[in-house]
Design a binder for this molecule. Sequence first.
Ligand code: ZN
Length: 119
Amino acid sequence: MTAVQSCKGCGKLFSFLPRGLCADCIDVREERFQTVREWLRDNRGASVIAACQATGVEERLVAEFIREGRLEFSGPTESARDQQAREALRAKLAGEMTAAQANGTTPTSAPRRGMNVRR
Ligand SMILES: [Zn+2]
């Protein structure tokens, strides 16, 4: 079978994608994995949400690393405190947006959830 596959990361078409990702996307993914792993080394027992907030890596991707057994989180995936942290972050981002609009400048941290990728 020679069906063309699209990369799960960037959507480009390839004839052979054993991992579902092209080489470029695998590189990016590995880079993010290293980022989270390094952070986790200094923050043992941290939650997934805390790791995502600190590193900027998507929860979805971190969840994949966990499924693959490459990362381990000892805490619950999301505690009440994480939810509060998430709300605080959201409020902070919203605040920066408002402040940036008032100043007429571009916000440095744009919200990362423009697209809904959750299933
Ligand atoms: Zn790709």
